[in-house]
Design a protein around this ligand. Structure first.
Ligand code: SF4
Length: 640
């Protein structure tokens, strides 16, 4: 039996384990990326390991999230990141140079290599044939130090694309269809490997839209083969020499298969407040729209924005609509400026933002109260836009542009023939905003402004955990719920004491006070606890507040790993109905934790308040047991 593409790359990088789904494997990491919202912490963690230079083939530190500078905090963080990159051997992509995933695809991605990124949309690089995985910053810090990355071998799903997209159906509609079928939980424990004859009609930026938003299914990553389409993209970026042909063997086996007929797809939209709440655009309307946002790492490529410019050319946005556009990179921005498309966007009334995450991470452009915002981004969780009662719909750039013109959610097929836009023969290449590491690292001094606070480190796990249920939450709680983003909180990413005031701010603002008064405790969650971003602060800050365990029906992958990395015990109910028997403020006691974890035995959770006992399970590998007992990955790694 031959190998699929995922297996081939994993075998090339395998440090330990076998490729049996469910078994723990360790792989060598070739490249890492960090962004500023997670990078400050990752570099503080890297420093704490005492390793003088990064040991990967390539590491890049991006600034793209916290680019609004309404106070000194973000600017302080940028200087810290610039100096750490120079000293420790990473490239530094300056603020304004673009969104990490877009820039990485353009300038650094290499087919067949492994990429670990402290951002959940790292799988974007899978559009180029990389095995690219999003994790917490601490895992990236360990990889920068030369350590392998450990994960449980996922099941590999072959997503076979048949036929060709109809006019106005787009790559965004492909991934929305995948989400409609798999839901936000359906990819957990899986890698989505794309194939089928339909892939040859999709360019690399289109493939990257699909792999980017595969993160919303909970998948470990998504990947496309590296073929002549990949080669053409790399040639146009002036990087053809890194191209290799890569694909599955003809007789490759997969754990599952998902068939999608591209020719049957039509413009789709994900309705509030979940990326899997997907419907055809024509079924949702009429819906008056207040704001249209075009950008983010999902849909801000040259191709995307050229199509938008062609749709808007010679017209003007509807009077009710505020249209904001954030190009994905300085390369895209420069090319739009050079070929006149930028003038078309401006003439149509678009508000052009800098090349950064911007509205996607709640950094400006919050919609009006109760407003409707149509966005090309990847997440529409309640409140993420910065307006608690706004309703966000996720759509393709074409649907978004058509909507901006009419002021109502619009199926772009109403516009007639779609614009014909092809990839350029040659992209505009100018890497002067990417600073290489210093040649003389000893002379580089790390710049630490007052926003850079010392790194909190967890205590080893006690043998017996006793604590109050600090909060009981429902299903699909996101990392945005646990640790909100937005212009107020994001600048505090390297200041954990200040950030602790915002844990569960939108769910229960009294949580931090109660956690402090109780000296920590336990969180009870429903299904898919911690879905969403790779935000390790959603584990780190609860750890700082003394949270010792999270007892949930199920966990999202990255968040569960982050809890382990910060020494918090993630356990699941054996009987999901037991969730209903627990209440906030109940005191729970879990005895002989160490023994049970080491034996792989179930844990007895005693409800001291109500006097009954339930069973829970920690599905952890022997290595993860050691990490939890040590009080997290940093303690474990330092111990050697
Ligand atoms: Fe930035 Fe949004 Fe992409 Fe995250 S999802 S990297 S915030 S653009």
């Amino acid at each position: 039996m031959g190998y699929n593409l995922t297996q081939k790359i994993l075998l090339n990088h395998l440090v330990s384990g076998t490729l049996q789904p469910g078994q723990e494997i360790a792989i060598k990491i070739d490249q890492t990326l960090t962004q500023d919202a997670t990078g400050t912490m990752a570099y503080l963690q890297f420093e704490a390991m005492g390793i003088p230079r990064v040991k990967t083939e390539l590491s890049v530190s991006y600034v793209d999230h916290n680019t609004l500078q309404t106070g000194f905090e973000n600017a302080d963080d940028h200087r810290f990141l610039q100096s750490t990159a120079a000293k420790y051997g990473a490239y530094f992509s300056r603020a304004g140079n673009g969104i990490c995933h877009q820039v990485h695809l353009e300038r650094f991605g290499v087919p067949g290599k492994t990429l670990l990124g402290s951002d959940s949309h790292t799988p974007t690089a899978g559009g180029l044939g990389m095995l690219a995985i999003g994790v917490g910053g601490l895992d990236v810090a360990v990889a920068m130090g030369g350590g392998p990355f450990h994960m449980v071998m996922p099941r590999v799903v072959n997503v076979r694309l048949h036929g060709r997209l109809a006019p106005w159906a787009t790559a965004k509609d492909v991934i929305l269809e995948v989400l409609r079928r798999l839901t936000v939980k359906g990819g957990v424990g899986k890698i989505l490997e794309y194939g089928g004859e339909g892939i040859k009609y999709l360019t690399v930026p289109e493939r990257a839209t699909i792999t980017n938003m595969g993160a919303e299914t909970g998948a470990t990553t998504s990947i496309f083969p590296s073929d002549e389409v990949t080669r053409a993209f790399l040639r146009a970026q002036g990087r053809e020499e890194v191209w290799v042909e890569l694909g599955p063997d003809p007789d490759a086996a997969y754990d599952e298969v998902l068939d999608i007929d591209l020719s049957s797809l039509e413009p789709l939209v994900a309705c509030p407040h979940s990326p899997d709440n997907v419907k055809p655009v024509r079924e949702v309307g009429p819906l008056a729209v207040d704001q249209v946002v075009i950008g983010s790492c999902t849909n801000s490529s040259y191709l995307d924005l050229m199509k938008v410019a062609a749709i808007l050319k010679g017209k003007v946005v509807h009077p009710r609509v505020s249209l904001v556009i954030a190009p994905g990179s300085r390369q895209v921005y420069a090319m739009l400026a050079q070929n006149g498309a930028l003038a078309d966007l401006v003439a149509a009334g678009a508000r052009i933002l800098e090349c950064a995450c911007g509205p996607c991470i709640g950094m400006g452009q919050a919609p009006p109260s109760g407003g409707v915002s149509v966005r090309t981004i990847n997440r529409n969780f309640k409140g993420r836009s910065g307006t608690a009662d706004a309703r966000v719909y996720l759509a393709s750039p074409e649907t978004a542009a058509a909507t901006a013109l009419t002021g109502r959610l619009t199926d772009p097929r109403e516009l007639g023939d779609p614009p014909e836009i092809a990839l350029p023969e040659r992209f505009h290449v100018d890497d002067r905003m990417i600073l290489p590491p210093a040649d003389n690292p000893d002379d580089v001094e790390i710049v630490r402004g007052p926003n850079i606070k010392p790194l909190p480190v967890a205590e080893p796990l006690p043998r017996s955990i006793q604590g109050r249920v600090l909060i009981k939450v429902g299903d699909n709680i996101t990392t945005d719920h646990i640790m909100p983003a937005g212009a107020k909180v994001l600048p505090l990413r390297s200041n954990i004491p200040a950030m602790a005031e915002y844990v569960f701010a939108a769910v229960d603002p009294s949580f931090p006070r109660r956690a402090r008064e109780a000296g920590g405790g336990i969180i009870v969650g429903g299904e898919n606890y911690g879905q969403g971003s790779s935000r390790e602060h959603a584990a780190l800050v609860p750890m700082y507040l003394g949270v010792k365990a999270v007892l949930a029906k199920s966990f999202a992958r990255i968040h569960r790993d982050n809890l382990i990395n910060f020494g918090i015990l993630p356990i699941t109910f054996i009987e999901p109905a037991d969730y209903d028997r627990l209440e906030q403020d109940d005191v729970l006691q879990i005895d002989q934790v160490h023994q049970a974890l080491q034996d792989g035995a179930d844990l007895e959770v005693k409800n001291v308040t109500r006097n009954f006992t339930i069973k829970a399970r920690a599905q952890v590998t022997p290595r993860q047991v050691e990490i939890i007992l040590a009080g997290g990955l940093l303690n474990y790694t330092r111990r050697g």
